[in-house]
Structures are given as C-alpha cells and as structure tokens.
Design a protein around this ligand. Structure first.
Ligand SMILES: [Zn+2]
Length: 300
C-alpha cells in the first residue's frame, strides 16, 4: 500500500488549494492525526468551514484570522472524533454560525459499548448538530452546494461531502492519503467501511481533500488499492487461523511485526473489526464469544 507522507502542514496559515478553497491545518500532530487536523474554508466573502478541529482556541483564532472578516455561514462536521468536531462549538460561539452535518456520536452496534472501549476517549459525546445531513442531502451556503454521502466505517456517523460541480470530495477520515483509516469497534465497523468504500468508487470525484494530510489525486485508483489492502489483510488473518486457532494479540504480533508497538493496541482493534466481520459472515468462530480476548478459529 503506497501512502503519501509528503506534506507541509503550514500550521496556523491557510493554504489556497484552488481559488475559493483553502486548507488550514491544526497544530495537533500525533500518531493518529499525522501533522494535524485539516479544516477547510470554502468561499471568499462568505465562508463555509468544514471540520474546525479540536477544542483549540489557537486553531479557532487561525480560522477567524483567515476568514478576515468574511461571514462564516455554516460549520460542516464530518464525524464526532475529538480531533474534528469540538472546534465547531468554539467557532459557533464566536460567529453564531450553525453546526451542520453528522449526528451525535454513537456506536456502530448496540452491544459492545461496555466491553470494547479503548478508543472511546476519541469520541466527542457533546456534539449536537443544528441541522442534520443524511445521504443525498444537498446543503448550500456561501454560494456553494455540498452533496452528503453517508460513509460509516471509521465512525458510525461519518459523512463525506461532495462539492457540486467541482469533482472534489471532502473525504475526512474515510479516505486519507498518508495512512489507512482506523476502523475499530465500538464506533467503527469493517463491514460498513467496505460498503462505504464501494460507495465512493461509484462516484465521479477524482480529487479528495482528507481530514489529515495532502490532497489525493487519481483518488479512485488509490481507493481500489485501499480496498485490496483490506482484502489482503482479511486473507492474512484467515491464513493465520488456517494454521491454528489464535488470539488477537497473536495475530497482531505476526501481521504487524514491522509496525511501531505503540500502534499495536489500535492494530488489535483493526484485527478485531475484521474478525467481527468474518464471524458475521460465518467464516470464523469466536470462543467463548466475540471479544478482544476471545480465541478465534475457522468455522467448519
Ligand atoms: Zn481525524
């Protein structure tokens, strides 16, 4: 899987990508955020801001400075992770602009809330939208129109926004060029993610502007590679289980041998997401039951 890690974040300074469309990267670098969260400013005299980022007064100050007096008409939010949505409330408090887009944080499934929550701290449970957008909804502000795509997988409430007439997709954390997306229960689901990958493969957009890292060009061939990468990972897990029954840490130690151990817990959740999907498809059996600590074997 070939990723593009060539990216200058220009923290605090808006970078024009095309006329009327700027990227402003928050200074929240980390193993899951790369150089930081990308906020996007669309428009000139009137603006829409996509994903104002973490609860950072510094970043909100940079957004207002970049706006330079232009009225912010709406704040679009893709999903409720702490690096994307809390800034919306700060920006709304400063501008009065409505928060539009994804609904409240929720699990991808009803039952696992208590059992699997190592990444729960990443969920923004205070997010409330003034206007919800659902599949196919069009939203117009600042002279531009966005089409809403529901793309669950990274989170259950994840949305991408297509910029009408421009063949540009704001892909948030569904598709990023620097890394594969985290798909981890309880808020993520591998089955949902693969369905959402198919959905964008059926779309005309070829330029994606992601939540972290640089723009993705020839995006669909990249998404094909992402899809193949997940299928390969699924095949590798099945091959491990064909050798012997395995726990998740055993699978991670083999499949992620070359990955920084600090990322192994997240890798375990990703393997768990695959196993949940495979159990769902009746290819794998978990004992005593589907969990992070279960033992997994091929179904017969
Ligand atoms: Zn993110």
């Amino acid at each position: 899987m070939k990723h593009n890690r060539d990216f200058d974040p220009n923290h605090g300074t808006a970078v024009e990508l095309v006329p009327g469309l700027r990227r402003l990267t928050a200074n929240n670098p980390g193993p899951f955020t790369f150089h930081g969260t990308n906020s996007y400013l669309i428009g000139t005299r009137h603006l829409v801001v996509i994903d104002p980022g973490p609860a950072s007064d510094e970043h909100i100050g940079s957004i207002l400075k970049a706006a330079d007096g232009a009225r912010i008409e709406a704040i679009l939010v893709s999903h409720t992770h702490m690096d994307h949505s809390p800034g919306a409330r700060l920006l709304k408090a400063k501008t009065g602009a409505p928060i539009v887009g994804c609904g409240s944080h929720r699990s991808a499934r009803p039952l696992m809330e208590d059992e699997v929550n190592p990444l729960d701290s990443s969920g923004d449970r205070e997010h409330v939208a003034d206007q919800l957008l659902a599949e196919g909804d069009r939203f117009s502000a600042a002279g531009v129109t966005f089409e809403t795509l529901e793309t669950p997988g990274h989170t259950a409430n994840h949305l991408c926004f297509a910029l009408s007439g421009e063949k540009i997709l704001f892909s948030a954390d569904h598709v990023m060029g620097w890394s594969t997306s985290i798909v981890a229960p309880p808020d993520g689901s591998m089955r949902d993610y693969m369905t959402s990958i198919e959905k964008i493969l059926g779309r005309p957009e070829e330029t994606y502007l992601p939540g972290h890292g640089a723009a993705i060009h020839q995006a669909k061939s990249y998404v094909h590679d992402l899809k193949q990468h997940r299928l390969d990972r699924e095949a590798a897990i099945l091959a491990e289980l064909a050798a012997s029954e395995r726990t998740i840490p055993e699978i991670v130690s083999t499949l992620y041998a070359n990955v920084d151990p600090v990322l192994h817990p997240a890798a375990g959740l990703s393997v768990f997401a695959h196993l949940e999907d495979l159990v769902d498809k009746k290819k794998v059996t978990a004992s005593p039951d589907l969990s992070l600590t279960a033992c997994y074997r091929l179904s017969r």
